[in-house]
Design a protein around this ligand. Structure first.
Ligand SMILES: Nc1ncnc2c1ncn2[C@@H]1O[C@H](COP(=O)(O)OP(=O)(O)O)[C@@H](O)[C@H]1O
Ligand SMILES: [Mg+2]
Length: 203
């Protein structure tokens, strides 16, 4: 299964979610490969901080290399793609091949505007499996009308029920090449596991 975490806006949590989701799948003893398409090589560098080498991070340089990688993967394998915050050919390939396009967004007016820009790109690519995930949400926030209105009645875009809250542990673990599953924070772990279950049951 190919899960592509994508958004043209930077700072929405693509790399953070891709990383912790990959580790949630590893907890299930799945074979997981991360594909890092961001020229900042965020997950490549974070992964190199972890001496246990539990995940392989690949960095295809061309669209053909990416397609070759997609063609080779087995049915029971998971490929998590962290797309850079821009629109180019290789990122569009990652989006068009995805079984799930995972789009993190926060709950604010500027985020909604950013989402509209990305929605137009998604429409051109025409892959109907788009799943919006509320990320980095304040612990007390319960009203998500801004987001539900922005998605409107677009039949290709589904808002996931799982909500990823703002938690320091998501950020802090990455700095050491670790994930939330290396901590005792079961609330964060359950939050990510719930999202993982929801995303892999979509298809
Ligand atoms: N749920 C969250 N809780 C706390 N911090 C978060 C969360 N999601 C993202 N962040 C922080 O927000 C910043 C941007 O996240 P990042 O994953 O790098 O975004 P992107 O890959 O979309 O540019 C990082 O500093 C990250 O640690
Ligand atoms: Mg990133």
């Amino acid at each position: 299964m190919i899960l592509t975490v994508a958004h043209t806006k930077g700072g929405v949590g693509k790399s953070t979610l891709a990383w912790h989701l990959a580790h949630a799948l590893i907890q299930d003893e799945r074979k997981v490969t991360i594909v890092d398409l961001d020229f900042q090589q965020t997950l490549f560098f974070i992964n190199s901080l972890n001496e246990n080498n539990i995940i392989e991070v690949k960095q295809p340089q061309t669209g053909d290399e990416l397609i070759e990688l997609f063609e080779k993967y087995e049915d029971d394998e998971y490929i998590i793609v962290d797309v850079g915050g821009f629109d180019n050919d290789i990122n569009r390939i990652a989006i068009s091949w995805a079984d799930s396009i995972v789009v993190p967004i926060s709950n604010s007016a500027t985020e909604v505007l950013g989402f509209k820009t990305f929605e137009a790109i998604l429409e051109e690519i025409d892959n109907p499996f788009v799943y919006v995930v509320l990320n980095n949400i304040h612990p007390l926030t319960k009203n998500f009308d801004l987001i539900t209105e922005a998605i409107g009645d677009n039949p290709n875009i589904k808002l996931q029920n799982s909500i990823i809250r703002n938690r320091k542990v998501y950020k802090e673990t990455l700095g050491f090449g670790k994930s939330i599953f290396d901590t005792k924070d079961t609330e964060a772990q359950n939050e990510i596991k719930r999202l993982k279950d929801e995303l892999i049951s979509n298809k």
